[in-house]
Design a protein around this ligand. Sequence first.
Ligand code: HEC
Length: 188
Amino acid sequence: MKTFLFVIGILILLISIGTFIISKENGQKMTFSPYVDEKGGISLPKDFRDNWTHLGAWASPDNTAKGFFHDVFTQPGIVEGFKKNNNRFPDGAVLVKEVRSVKSASMTTGPNVLSADKEVLWFVMIKNDKNRFPNNPNWGDGWGWALFNAKDPSKNVSTDFKKDCIPCHVPARQTDWVYIQGYPSLHE
Ligand code: HEC
């Protein structure tokens, strides 16, 4: 028994050293999310349109100039995680809302169909169950909050979620600040 525990101990030590070396080689400390740096800086996920789950879409016809189509994505497996977690998003879940401008076109389906044209903006929320980054104004109320313009997708232009995001998300407060009524796969 003692030898067994000793061997297990050595194995755990070796795995820890290995993980430490790998994270050093990657040039930055590992955090709970690949889209978050150690200071809480948020970056826009790149591959969401190819590989993520499309949760749902909104259209805002009165807001054509700013963007008409809103498509919302989350990572693979999050829908299942949401249901297992009593209808709450699990730690590390990312929501990306892509806003696209429109172009009218005459299509076989009808004369006034509008097609999604260029990306305008991306809104990003990252679930944070452990109150990480308490002094960073882009984090709070259980999420990290960010906004990226198509002009420069590398820069989060939101500086304070309490000012930039929360006032508009108050109607969704009971559902963890997310407008889940728009996402059919989350409904039971
Ligand atoms: C003008 C009001 C308004 C502001 C400001 C706003 N939101 Fe939203 N947001 C909404 C509404 C309404 C929806 C759902 C319907 C829609 O997209 O039209 C939504 C949806 C989202 C979604 C998709 C998930 C969900 O909650 O349904 C994300 C992600 C999001 N917002 C993030 C943000 C972030 C981050 C900020 C701040 C940088 C922000 N929002 C600021 C009103 C707003």
